[in-house]
Write a protein of this length. Structure first.
Length: 179
């Protein structure tokens, strides 16, 4: 690909379930320090980048699949966005690893021009069951969800498909559906 731009973004968003599926495809996994997480991250420790190839960055160390799945659960509890990154060598279907991004210090959220593809899924809210509590708004970092006048509003075109809203909803009225 020398001299050409990628026809796809290096990163894309996925759900926790998709992240688990990715991890389960690999026998050899490394864990490395995040290259974009700030020193004083409010949400997460630094060593949350999962690699399926030996990382040249972030002091990688080999981990077991169970340890990688524990990192996925750690990220889910802390409302981190699952952002797999692709093989930049030219295969858009090959995944080299998974970043876990926070909204307090990750460049993905702080720099709106950083490219990232939307995931395969999009939110679907059963508005009839929604109590408009706003808990899903707090974890919707791309601002696809908002509450105005006590009513939930969803701008589907802004949804990246991370699924954090699903976990935040006490009414279980949000699901992820194929885009």
């Amino acid at each position: 690909m020398s001299g050409q731009e990628l026809a796809y973004s290096p990163h894309f968003v996925c759900t926790r379930g998709e992240a688990v599926e990715l991890v389960c495809q690999y026998d050899t996994i490394w864990l490395a320090d995040c290259g974009c997480r700030g020193e004083s991250c409010e949400r997460s420790r630094r060593d949350v980048c999962i690699w399926f190839t030996n990382s040249p960055f972030g002091n990688p160390r080999p981990i077991s699949r169970d340890e990688a799945l524990a990192v996925i659960e750690y990220a889910a509890v802390r409302n981190l966005v699952f952002r797999p990154f692709r093989d930049t060598g030219g295969d858009p279907n090959a995944v080299d690893g998974i970043c876990h991004c926070c909204n307090c210090c990750c460049s993905y959220f702080l720099n709106p021009s950083e490219p990232c593809d939307k995931g395969r899924y999009i939110e679907h809210t059963d508005v009839a069951r929604c109590t408009h509590c706003g808990l899903c708004v707090e974890v919707c970092y791309p601002a696809a969800r908002s509450c105005d006048g006590g009513q939930l509003h969803v701008e589907a075109d802004k949804c990246y498909g991370c699924g954090l809203c699903v976990s935040a909803c006490p009414e279980v009225c949000i699901s992820m559906v194929k885009r």
